[in-house]
Write a protein that binds this ligand. Sequence first.
Ligand SMILES: [Cu+2]
Length: 480
Amino acid sequence: MVVRLLLTACLLVPIHGAAQSYAPAGWADGLRLNELDDTNPDPKVVEVELVAKLADVEVAPGKRVRAWTYNGGLPGPLIKTRLGDRLIVHFKNELKEPTTVHWHGVRVPIEMDGVPDISQPPVNEDGSFTYGFVVRDAGLYWYHPHVMAAAQVGFGLYGPLLVEDPNDGVGVDDQLTLVLSDIGFNARGELEPADSGGSAGMVFGREGDYVLVNGRHRPVLKARSGAPQRWRIVNAAKSRFFYLDLDGQEFTVIGVDGGIQEKPVTTDILLITAGERVDVIVTPKGKPAAPLPLRAMLYNRGYGSVEYRSVEDVLTIEFTNEPSINAKPVTVSRALEMPSTAGATPVEMVLTLPPMQNNKSEFRINGLPFWKAKPFLSKLGEKQIWTVKNDSDWDHPFHLHGFFFHVLDEKGEPVRPLALKDTVNVPMKSTVRLLVHFDERPGEWMIHCRILDHAEGGLMGTVLVGDGKATTHTHKTKHD
Ligand SMILES: [Cu+2]
């Protein structure tokens, strides 16, 4: 009897404690993402089909572009899994060009990392490849090609992968996944060429004219004033940074690339460089007569990235006339282990952009572009401290495949609150230090600037995790 009473009581308690939905009906219809059907009956396996193909997509009323897409939509469909699930993706390429799928931020086995010639052969026209791996870290990740990535991502090939942890303790029911990007096309709906502006275009990092949220230009989101919303945001643009302002209203950052961080931090302006993710709580406040814009402010990531631009509206929040909510602040935390730097091997990486030669610019790591460089080396189980020194006049969001790292402060201590990162901005003329532990999964893992034009302009490398012995091979090809 007691047992039965307890069970009944449990059923009455909402799963997230006091959490409750306040969102008005249809609040996020303007931001809806396509979701993939899981064809596998096993609750611990998510099995989906993904097809790269051309499709006409409408990004704003009357504004259509013939984009490169996954499953015909922009962005690609949301793949939703739970922590610990096995994800199986049957991928087919219906494009004329070879491609692959890379799972940005996910700790995959090397054979699933999607880098042509290094971890898998490229998938040619009408070819297919099955990706399969267990998702071991909750958070928002994303998938995109690693063949001619600046072109293919810029043309529309990217999509979100959400790994949910039902026990993350966040307790905010109204949740959105926001894929920020941009795309450039002309009045005939033809894509801006990937080589526009030549070498200067590469150095600037090409940005599309249309800023998109979940594939829509300036969508509308409906909200009840004062009600908390959880936004998991990925910057999937090939070059653009998003520096977001909600008319000065606060963002509470609860997580970054690799999921929930040690403690929340609040900010009134939110920088998300290319490839990064943030998990934020926003509590928009306002009146029905005064919609609240989410704006992309100007951020100088190098000469020319600010001077000719203006502030952009990213989306607009419209308020209902229901009474305002007085919500309690979110206090989620995560007990991340304090990493030790003891015994870590120092590795230096200097990023440069030498003066043009033969009308061509080339980014370099330690004096060499990708196609002339040899891999960096790590023994399996080794810890390394990477000192990444940016000697160029451009910011570089530095991305490592397959592993998370901790950013270190000037004293060499892990930055607090502790957070798992796979992409970190190295601002122009500055140095960032990271601690990375190559504790498992031997293989050759990419490092590169996440401004994909920079990556293809030379700013890439690899780290060979294995026996720590030098190899003579260079990367040779210009693939990324
Ligand atoms: Cu860069």
